[in-house]
Ligand binder design. Structure first.
Ligand code: BGC
Length: 485
């Protein structure tokens, strides 16, 4: 390989021995497309720092850097009973969380409701009606026959970019993760949501609208005081961390105490929408152009679970069309957009057999394709390359926040299907972080450690609701809409 710097050898010893020249050339080409060497990671990180700063400035940039009006870490002594609602991509989760007197503890009951696929591209009204129905069902089931004497405070995890003038308010900037519902972008989602609740007489008061990353940051900070960053690597990807108000020029007009902390939801999925530094392949361009929001979420489209399977699929279709794989086979199933999700790649990377027989079964059962042995080797290498690139790019975001804030050591709480389920994601990210930050090889422990987070959209949302009510009682009303006070 020319000019690509160090790279890990293929995962299984000798596995490429019987691969014919043509396929070896294709593998080499794929490595050149997808492998990101250390120097490039450093360059991306430096540009990232600049973009984080730009996002905090009055002029703004691609990365929104949204102030969240979450103004403090939990002390561990928060108390009360709260509802939490998480509007994820595939499920809707409703939780009731009790924060007892004992420090750092909580009790949780929860129900999950399937989010029908059609809702993602349906109407605004259908979405809010469905959510209100689920909340009503939850209360009917868990509080059957009880008379609720006051409205229950709710933390609503709405994991899309939203501009918040207040914590109980949020104007959707744009849909991400394949959502495309008319009539919500540019609107405050809280009145839309509350109208659906009122229509049904559901006794719930939205106390805080939060992002999943902020929830992750706060929930993890509840049990671990070294936690400085909350990340999601799932269907989408993003991070949140605390700034001081004095370091956020776009808040200067509010004359807030410059030392007061405020959590910033970076919305870093939008990093490099201008395509200045990311090493995009032709497949990334296709993913972008064929998405509902071309030109948006450039970074996310290379990393997040929603897109990894699609990138993989596009590469294989290209290799078939150029006569390199699956010759003479019917690839109609493979031709269907978004037919593969990141779990397909996970299964390939997890195949424990030398002859990749599980991968062969997967191709046959899911795609009606019978790959040859060398084609299986290529498929395995391609999965490794796509998964490794995602993990290495993720590390650039974490490194950028740490460098910007001059954080030399901390814990980073991470959640999401890719972080929790994609094989080697954590180890590959950690390797990249070591390369970017030039840590000496003999360090016993990584000073910045990305580890599994606490439940951000459940416990985190409840904690943020509790912190908001505490602030109201203490008279610190920055970023809280008057009617809540
Ligand atoms: C959204 C973020 C969210 C992330 C992870 C992105 O698509 O814009 O708000 O935090 O996905 O769920």
């Amino acid at each position: 390989m020319v000019g690509l710097g160090p790279r890990k050898p293929p995962s299984r010893k000798g596995s490429m021995m019987d691969v014919p020249r043509d396929l070896l050339d294709q593998i080499k080409w794929l490595e050149e497309q997808f492998y990101i060497p250390t120097e490039k990671l450093k360059q991306i990180t430096n540009h990232f720092i600049h973009e984080l700063e730009k996002g905090l400035s009055v002029k703004g940039g691609s990365i929104p850097m949204n102030p969240t009006w979450v103004m403090n870490y939990p002390t561990g002594h928060e108390t009360g009973t709260f509802l939490a609602l998480d509007m994820g991509g595939t499920n809707l989760r409703v939780c009731e969380i009790r924060l007892p007197e004992a420090k750092g503890e909580f009790d949780i009951i929860q129900s999950k409701y399937k989010m029908p696929e059609e809702l993602r591209t349906g109407t605004s009204e259908e979405l809010w009606e469905y959510i209100a129905d689920c909340l009503q069902q939850f209360l009917d089931y868990h509080h059957e026959g009880e008379k609720l004497h006051h409205e229950l405070p709710l933390g609503f995890t709405f994991s899309y970019p939203a501009t918040q003038d207040y914590i109980n308010h949020g104007v959707l900037q744009r849909w991400t993760k394949g959502f495309d519902i008319d009539g919500v972008e540019g609107k405050d989602v809280v009145p839309l949501f509350e109208a659906a609740l009122h229509k049904r007489g559901v006794p719930i008061k939205l106390t805080a609208l939060i992002n999943d990353t902020t929830g992750t940051l706060v929930a993890s900070g509840y049990t671990d005081d070294q936690m400085k960053i909350g990340c999601i690597f799932g269907t989408g990807c993003n991070a949140a961390y605390f700034e001081n108000c004095g370091s956020v020029p776009k808040l200067a007009h509010m004359n807030l105490d410059p030392e007061m902390p405020i959590a910033i939801n970076c919305e870093w999925g939008a990093f490099d929408n201008e395509h200045v530094v990311l090493p995009l392949t032709q497949f990334d361009h296709t993913v972008d152009q064929e998405s509902p929001r071309p030109g948006q979420q450039a970074f996310e489209k290379m990393i997040a679970g929603l897109y990894l399977g699609e990138i993989f699929r596009l590469v294989l279709v290209h290799l078939h069309e150029t006569g390199h794989v699956f010759e003479g086979q019917d690839i109609s199933k493979l031709k269907k957009a978004y037919t593969l999700d990141s779990s397909f790649l996970s299964l390939i990377e997890e195949d424990p057999f030398e002859n990749l027989s599980e991968t062969a079964d997967l191709f046959l059962n899911r795609l009606s394709i019978r790959p040859t042995q060398p084609e299986l080797e290529l498929v395995r290498r391609l999965s490794e390359l796509i998964g490794t690139r995602a993990a290495r790019l993720s590390a650039c975001g974490v490194a950028a926040i740490c460098k910007k804030k001059n954080i030399k050591s901390c814990h980073v709480g991470a959640d999401g299907s890719v972080f929790n389920k994609y094989p080697h994601f954590k180890a590959r990210g950690a390797t990249a972080l070591r390369e970017i930050l030039d840590w000496p090889a003999d360090l016993k422990e990584d000073p910045i450690d990305i580890r599994a987070a606490e439940d951000g959209s459940g416990v985190g949302a409840a904690l943020i609701a509790a912190l908001t009510l505490e602030r109201v009682s203490a008279g610190n009303l920055a970023g809280i809409k008057a009617e809540n006070a």
